[in-house]
Design a protein around this ligand. Structure first.
Ligand code: ATP
Ligand code: MG
Length: 392
């Protein structure tokens, strides 16, 4: 029996005149997600994307990859039938045998987009439902609250039968590449990978920037950030990553500025340097992982002090989320286990014992004026290493 995969997409349908452009982008992203997985044919018809002509044993892997492509709302495996009731019944019986091996309730829903087919949708549903009921003694029809919804779609070239209850949930969102580019400040923590995923989900291409404090943070800490970027790349396609040497700046701050201002001054350097990298590479915004009040540097006054040095939008998608919500999201997208590996981040190494929690811009600016900000920034930028990160 021949199986194909049907993908439905959501928000793109609302995009009016831009719809074809967004559809083409989605198809290009699907093609690229499946490139090293399987040869297949991808076609779009009537707001459905058909994946066809692949090796049977690749179907699970293909579905897994599709479940990470932004823009797809659902993924369904379906059996292909000829466009007559005999074929539809025969295929449905064989295809649903496993699902109907236990006692359960079911209903059939039919859709006929080919209006030349001699039966109406309701007639198809009644005919197929009656047949399945006769063939499988242990199932019972329940149109209100069935365990299994069987769907039959009669389309232009063929008919399809599937168990709609086994539909795989897609990511939703918008196809990557439809929403210009942003630069994600990616640490090794739990929050920033989730923040990056959330913005990428809106169709935004992501560059990643990491601040690295060799030798205070080890090569394993760097590997950890690269691993996180690889996981994000499973959703976005390959990511460009910039690694910024941060040790000299941190040592200068430690030596010349009041200890309680250290974190905020460090964060201001990160933001300024990131803005420069972002602008140089065509990114229109920065993305960070703060949520209000999570730590001292994330009070509203601290965010004011940090964000004041940047003149481009700073997207903070986790800003109103609780830690537990962020953790659940990290587990869902697959970054959590890597994020909790113990290798320290550049900030943890230089954390003051008593950070200011209610800072004023003027005080921090005064402390910062003890440093040659421009020179330190220029030296860090001169040492930036660029990597191209491919999905795992
Ligand atoms: P995360 O879990 O993302 O590390 P956090 O709760 O530890 O976040 P902070 O250390 O205050 O928060 O950092 C706030 C944000 O600043 C991070 O979410 C991230 O976007 C950015 N950031 C922090 N450290 C780094 C780093 N070493 N390199 C790049 N960005 C960083
Ligand atoms: Mg952190």
């Amino acid at each position: 029996m021949k199986e194909i995969i049907l993908c439905k997409y959501g928000e793109i349908i609302l995009k009016g005149g831009n719809r074809p452009k967004f559809e083409n982008m989605l198809i290009a992203n699907i093609r690229s997600a499946l490139k090293n997985v399987a040869d297949c044919k991808i076609t779009l018809k009537q707001a459905t994307i058909y994946i066809d002509k692949f090796d049977d044993d690749k179907i699970d892997l293909i579905c897994d990859r599709l479940s990470k492509v932004f823009g797809i709302v659902s993924i369904t495996r379906a059996a292909v039938c000829e466009k007559n009731m005999d074929s539809i019944k025969e295929v449905a019986k064989a295809y649903l045998a496993d699902d109907f091996c236990k006692e359960c309730t079911f209903k059939v829903e039919a859709k006929r987009s080919d209006k030349k087919f001699p039966m109406t949708s309701i007639e198809i549903a009644i005919d197929l439902g009656g047949y399945l009921n006769e063939e499988f003694g242990n199932i019972e029809c329940d149109v209100h609250d069935p365990d299994i919804v069987v769907r039959c779609e009669v389309r232009e070239n063929a008919a399809y039968v599937y168990n709609n209850s086994k539909k795989i949930k897609g990511q939703g969102g918008m196809p990557i590449g439809t929403g210009s580019k942003a630069a994600l400040l990616l640490s090794g923590g739990i929050d920033s990978p989730v923040a990056g995923h959330m913005i990428a989900k809106r169709g935004v291409t992501i560059d990643a920037i990491n601040f690295f404090s060799f030798p205070y943070t080890s090569d394993r800490a760097k590997e950890k950030v690269i691993s996180l970027a690889k996981i994000i790349a499973q959703y976005t396609g390959s990511i460009r990553m910039f690694i910024v040497p941060f040790t000299e700046i941190q040592l200068e701050i430690r030596d010349k500025c009041p200890e309680e201002h250290m974190t905020l001054i460090m964060r201001r350097f990160m933001m300024r340097i990131s803005e420069k990298i972002a602008r140089h590479n065509g990114a229109k915004a920065l993305v960070t992982g703060e949520s209000v009040a999570q730590v001292a540097s994330q009070t509203l006054s601290a965010l004011d002090v940090t964000n004041a040095v940047v003149d481009m939008p700073i997207l903070q998608p986790l800003i109103g989320m609780d830690k537990i919500e962020v953790i659940n999201r990290a587990v869902e997208i697959g970054t959590y286990d890597t994020s909790i590996l113990p290798y320290e981040d550049c900030c943890t190494v230089f954390t003051p014992k008593h950070p200011t929690i209610n800072p004023k811009r003027s005080n921090i600016e005064k402390s910062e004026s003890r440093l040659d900000v421009e020179d330190l920034e220029a030296r860090a930028l001169a040492g930036v290493e660029m990597l191209e990160i491919y999905p795992d």
